[in-house]
Ligand binder design. Structure first.
Ligand SMILES: [Zn+2]
Length: 153
């Protein structure tokens, strides 16, 4: 008789970059101050990462900090989304009044996705693969909240 291992996963998924990966993320958020999205590129397999990373997730090559940066547009494609009544940035809060739509967005020219709110949209307006654009804070300060979310274009 074989044993079965069942993993149950209940609860919240925290959909924000909450880990500190040092200067790679610092540089990424510094670019937000100028309303720019940057990523980095693996020198070996050329996979492009947003947010940037130190080790390529594809081939494990180290992506040297001093080079391999790429400027990207603030537009992307919606890969997936979810609708949640909970605040994304604060998992202890109770439900928000109106459900939020959270999207996985692949910035154009990147091979990975970032997670942000979809703004000014109703569920029926959404289709996978649709084009979206970042909605920036008027005065960005260099952190993840500088992008309020993404709107349909
Ligand atoms: Zn690589």
């Amino acid at each position: 008789m074989s044993e079965k291992i069942i993993v149950a996963n209940k609860g919240f998924v925290r959909a924000e970059f909450s880990f500190w990966v040092g200067r790679y993320m610092d540089k990424f958020y510094d670019a937000f101050e100028n309303k720019k999205i940057i990523g980095n590129k693996c020198p070996k397999c050329e996979k492009r990462f947003v947010p940037p990373r130190k080790i390529c997730g594809e081939c494990y090559e180290e992506i040297i900090f001093d080079k391999n940066w790429v400027d990207l547009p603030d537009t992307g494609i919606l890969l997936n989304y979810t609708i949640t009544p909970y605040k994304v940035t604060d998992r202890t809060s109770r439900k928000v009044k109106k459900s939020q739509i959270i999207g996985m967005i692949q910035i154009e020219g990147s091979d990975t996705a970032i997670v942000y709110k979809l703004l000014n949209m109703e569920p029926e307006d959404i289709s996978l693969g649709m084009k979206v654009k970042a909605e920036w804070e008027e005065k960005p300060i260099g952190n993840s909240a500088d992008i309020k979310g993404f709107v349909k274009i």
